[in-house]
Design a protein around this ligand. Structure first.
Ligand code: ZN
Length: 446
């Protein structure tokens, strides 16, 4: 399926455009703090999926979420757009903005095969894990929308309706939804409808996306847009306007990452290791209103396979060795905390090319070698070529480097040092200030 030309002027196109424009206005009015985000979405009108006897387009449920990609394209199937109320299209716009700015594609545990694209078709082709991640990400977004009385259409995931705690992350909802889905499934019921929100939720290209054209927002565009949105939210908070707590937290973190970088880095690495190991922090902090309905659920057993982690260290020279050493100590401290200390680490130093792999027991044993330019494509390729294959790759870099276009087969956490560089949208990113102070209570490298 391909997009029609932007100047397409069929009556159907015109009607769809008017509807999308009305939905945008509605969305911007409902959540003024997201207005710039809503207007940054790029509607791409697809060819109609199907028509009735008279040739008029009919709704295709596979496109009901107006699926987005990480370049902020919003895919609009004409029959679906014409059959969906304007307010509902507007709701999906706010919902897709949530996936995009919260970086769900980068956080997704769903890995594509090499060069794989998936069709929009639900069920048969996308597997259960991809659906569950989509639902967990939806839960993270929808509770903030519900806090604004913006309730989604029927069939979407709602933490409150499922009796789950609110204000959690997708990573926290994932195991909860697994347990619920299994319990409900025994009674022949589904947790929620299978809705595909597009590659914005998992970073896996869909066949209907026009990936060849490269149209859409670049990484730099997105970076600037996110700062604008975050600054707008801060302004509204200063002016005492209402902004839901999830969005406040997001804006705070986006604008002042230095405050929380250590916590964020720790959370990302732990998430990466947990996702890899299939071992998760599963706890309810307070019983849900509906706990009784699920009281026969047996929690999943906790298994602790040790995930294999590889460090890729940018030694091109713009980051001081002193800072790299401090960060390495932090990173390995976190890994030890999750996986236990009696374990070997593999590490690459990388400038324009990767240096030989080092196998060490402690961060302080890593020899920092290199200088000159940087090409992290080479560093990541070397890390992924290792056998046994790593489950988690942690990259320490200032981000002044080209990155691979496509999501690699391992989970990647990028420690992005300083303000200058960028990280790809398929990675989980912790921004670290170039003047990051050592931990006050540091116990030293161990
Ligand atoms: Zn969604």
């Amino acid at each position: 399926m391909t997009a029609t030309s932007p100047g397409g002027t069929t009556p159907t196109d015109e009607a769809v455009r008017r509807r999308i424009a009305a939905a945008r206005l509605w969305a911007a009015h409902q959540a003024p703090y997201l207005a710039s985000a809503v207007f940054a979405l790029r509607p791409v009108i697809l060819e109609a999926a199907a028509g009735d006897d008279t040739g008029a387009p009919v709704a295709d449920p596979e496109f009901r979420a107006f699926p987005a990609d990480t370049r902020w394209n919003l895919h609009v199937e004409p029959g679906t757009a014409l059959a969906t109320p304007v307010e509902e299209i507007g709701w999906w716009m706010l919902h897709q903005v949530g996936h995009l700015v919260r970086g769900h594609a980068g956080r997704s545990p769903v890995r594509p095969g090499p060069g794989e694209q998936v069709s929009h078709a639900a069920g048969a082709i996308r597997d259960e894990a991809a659906h569950r991640w989509n639902q967990a990400a939806d839960a993270e977004i929808n509770d903030d929308l519900e806090a604004e009385e913006l309730h989604g259409p029927t069939g979407v995931v709602s933490p409150a309706e499922l009796g789950l705690p609110v204000n959690r992350t997708a990573e926290e909802y994932l195991p909860m939804l697994d347990v619920l889905a299994e319990a409900l499934g025994r009674g022949g019921r589904a947790l929620a409808e299978s809705i595909d929100c597009g590659s914005a939720v998992d970073g896996v290209d869909r066949t209907y996306e026009d990936t060849g054209s490269g149209d859409g927002l670049t990484t730099l565009d997105r970076e600037l847009l996110e700062r604008t949105i975050a600054a707008g939210i801060q302004d509204r908070i200063s002016a005492r306007s209402e902004v839901p707590s999830g969005w406040r937290r997001w804006a705070e973190e986006r604008l002042r990452p230095s405050i929380n970088w250590r916590a964020r880095l720790g959370a990302l690495i732990r998430r990466g290791l947990s996702t890899v190991a299939g071992q998760v922090d599963f706890s309810y902090h307070k019983p849900s209103r509906r706990a009784g309905a699920y009281d026969r659920i047996i929690p999943p057993s906790m298994v602790r396979p040790v995930p294999d982690t590889v460090l890729v260290i940018d030694t091109s020279g713009s980051v001081t060795n002193e800072l790299l050493r401090r960060l390495l100590a932090e990173v390995t401290g976190i890994i030890d905390g999750v996986a236990g200390p009696a374990r070997r680490l593999r590490a690459f130093c990388c400038d324009v090319a990767p240096h030989p792999v080092q196998v060490v027991r402690r961060a302080s044993d890593i020899e920092l070698v290199g200088g000159g330019g940087t090409d992290m494509r080479a560093g990541l390729a070397a890390a992924l070529a290792l056998r046994p294959r790593p489950d988690l790759v942690i990259v320490l870099t200032d981000g002044e480097t080209p990155w691979p276009e496509r999501r690699p087969s391992a989970h990647v956490v990028v420690c992005l040092i300083g303000d200058g560089g960028h990280a790809p949208d398929w990675a989980s990113v912790a921004r670290i200030p170039a003047d990051a102070a050592p931990r006050v209570t540091a116990r030293g490298e161990s």
